[in-house]
Design a protein around this ligand. Structure first.
Ligand SMILES: NC(=O)c1ccc[n+]([C@@H]2O[C@H](COP(=O)([O-])OP(=O)(O)OC[C@H]3O[C@@H](n4cnc5c(N)ncnc54)[C@H](O)[C@@H]3O)[C@@H](O)[C@H]2O)c1
Length: 412
């Protein structure tokens, strides 16, 4: 690498911290900036603030090297050669990207930036945001972007819990503002050894958000089919088998609660300027209506009311074997159950602080809803009271039925 360059990573969340550790592991000097001092304290003490496969060991390896320095001050990032922004980009209720975190950080950096530095947007953003960022720097500091200061979008496409394997395997998309920016951003990410694919900033932005839109849409179809099957008294798993069985153009996914901090909002970054307004909102509405579908299906099978009944919800995180509860539909499901005056018990082995033990949650339950397909729920049916109604959109129990009494189900 020649002279060791310094990389600042601003926003040490689910994306930023594993990335900062990975840069340090590849030999860079890294300045990690995070506004939450509890997170900085946790990192300094050698404890990952969340679970991400392999990163605890990586943190323990990186810390003694002295290559990672953590701070709460954005200004400390200004000394770096490369500044990577891994800040959150939620969607506003107005169906519009919320870039306020990015703007706040840019405003702090603005007076400190100097020629030769590279600013990389790693967050997921709406099309046009990278050019806006470049224009912002040009307008307020008079920099010629691509000559004095370099700006690129290098979107993060890893799936949670697969960071370390995917940072070293996924092609790295680089959308540089001008050739100079593309070259510098490419040089930085070369350390991960994957193919660097150059494109324009807007194409990089579109590629990232449409990667997620594709997944969100892909899972809406079986979920809509599940609701459709309920109307006809049909079995969704059997219909999906009929569709896919030996059919060369099949490939229907399985149903399940689909949400999470990325899928649930990234479609809005297209929808804010969509030429087919509403199409992706409809996809979102399919997923968002699933908790109500499960509650209504449960009610229909329990005499039309859930008042006073005990319902155990298994799984709080939005994703299998993850501890990430952000934008999980389990919470919407529980709120809806509470509005039916049901007694809600909850259990998630990955979220112990918000859980009760499995045995307590299941004891005396009139119904059990498998809300997340955690591998820990394999064989959970054995522990479910035989008179309980099991709601299992994931087919975790292997029973092949979304709604069935435990007593009717064969224990695998
Ligand atoms: N989580 C994923 O799996 C994933 C995958 C791909 C892309 N993304 C995208 O990456 C971006 C980051 O996502 P995330 O899940 O890591 O979010 P996150 O909320 O976990 O991390 C963002 C971090 O930035 C910090 N922060 C906010 N303002 C700050 C400031 N002024 N100074 C310093 N720190 C500040 C927050 O405290 C937080 O820790 C988003 O745009 C997201 O859409 C996420």
């Amino acid at each position: 690498m020649g002279i060791v360059k310094t990389v600042a990573v601003i926003g040490l969340g689910r994306v930023g911290l594993p990335l900062a550790l990975s840069f340090a592991d590849r030999g860079y000097r890294v300045i990690g900036v995070e506004k939450q001092s509890a997170t900085v304290d946790s990192i300094r003490s050698g404890a990952m603030p969340f679970h991400e496969t392999g990163t605890q060991e990586l943190l323990e390896r990186v810390l003694p090297s002295g290559r990672l320095e953590c701070t709460t001050r954005v200004a400390d990032a200004a000394s770096a050669d490369h500044i990577v922004l891994t800040l959150g980009t939620p969607a506003l209720a107005h169906i519009e990207i919320d870039i306020s975190d990015i703007r706040r950080v840019l405003d702090e950096l603005l007076p400190l930036l100097r020629e030769g530095q590279t600013l990389i947007l790693r967050s997921t953003v709406a099309p046009g945001t990278t050019e806006w960022l470049a224009g912002y720097l040009e307008q307020r500091r008079g920099f010629a972007i691509g000559e004095d200061v370099f700006v690129a979008h290098v979107p993060e496409r890893i799936a949670e819990n697969h960071f370390l394997e995917e940072i070293a395997s996924l092609p790295c998309i680089v959308g540089g503002v001008g050739e100079g920016s593309a070259a510098r951003a490419g040089d930085l990410f070369e350390c991960f050894g994957t193919e660097i694919v150059h494109t324009s900033p807007v194409q990089a932005e579109l590629a990232k958000i449409w990667t997620n839109i594709l997944r969100y849409t892909h899972f809406a179809v079986p979920n809509l089919l599940m609701m459709n099957c309920e109307q006809y008294g049909a079995n969704v798993f059997e219909v999906i088998d009929l569709i896919n069985h030996d059919y060369p153009r099949g490939g229907m996914a399985q149903p399940g609660l689909t949400a999470g901090t990325c899928l649930r909002k990234d479609f809005a970054f297209s929808e804010e300027r969509s030429s087919a307004p509403g199409m992706l909102l409809a996809v979102s509405r399919v997923h968002e209506s699933l908790p109500l579908f499960l509650v209504e299906g449960l009610k229909r099978r329990t005499g039309g009311t859930l008042r006073g009944r005990k319902v155990a919800v298994l799984g709080l995180s939005f994703k299998r074997d993850s501890d990430d509860v952000r934008d999980s539909l389990s919470f919407k499901l529980m709120r809806l159950l509470e509005r039916e005056l049901a007694h809600v018990a909850r259990h998630d082995p990955h979220v112990p602080e918000q859980s009760e033990p499995l045995e307590t949650a299941l004891a005396g339950a009139d119904a059990v809803i498998v809300a997340t397909n955690h591998s820990a729920f394999d064989g959970v049916l054995r522990q479910v009271p035989s008179e309980a109604l099991v709601v299992d959109p994931w087919n975790m129990t292997g029973s092949g039925q979304v709604f069935a009494y435990a007593s009717e189900l064969a224990v695998a």
